[in-house]
Design a protein around this ligand. Structure first.
Ligand code: MG
Length: 143
């Protein structure tokens, strides 16, 4: 699906995340996240909520984690989160198997709204690689 998706990854120790959905309309932020995470997991990237939801639906159960920017054109991260939860509901996905979603934003004012919609955590930009790794470890879906 994406270049490098067949690659060999070095999992973060004790971390079961194999596939991560990385969504951000800002290319610099997206690249920063990818640079840190793609050596540890397959990363599928999308530039807005519309593209992300399409990619997610192609193999919804294969994702272990999602990092969603909040402010994006076409569909923002919170609406994307709603769509993901709705889609899980339609497929009767058990609560324990729901996709862990971490919101990423420079403006945390909308974080409470996102947590209300079922995000498990958030990161405030600027991002730091060590914090990113720690969060991914913390919220790894055990498989
Ligand atoms: Mg943005």
């Amino acid at each position: 699906m994406i270049a490098g998706s067949q690659g060999v990854f070095t999992p973060i120790e004790g971390c079961f995340v194999k596939k991560i959905l990385v969504v951000d309309d800002n290319a610099v932020n997206r690249q920063l996240i990818l640079e840190v995470l793609r050596e540890h997991a397959e990363c599928v990237e999308a530039v807005d909520g519309v593209e992300a939801f399409e990619k997610y639906q192609e193999s919804a159960d294969s994702y272990d984690l999602a990092l969603l920017d909040i402010a994006m054109p076409r569909m923002d991260g919170i609406e994307l989160l709603r769509q993901i939860r709705r889609y899980e509901e339609q497929r009767q996905v058990l609560p324990a198997d729901r996709l862990p979603v971490i919101l990423v934003t420079a403006f945390p004012d909308r974080v409470p709204e996102g947590m209300e919609e079922g995000a498990i955590d958030y990161l405030v930009k600027p991002l730091f690689s060590r914090i990113l790794i720690v969060k991914v470890e913390e919220h790894s879906k055990k498989r």
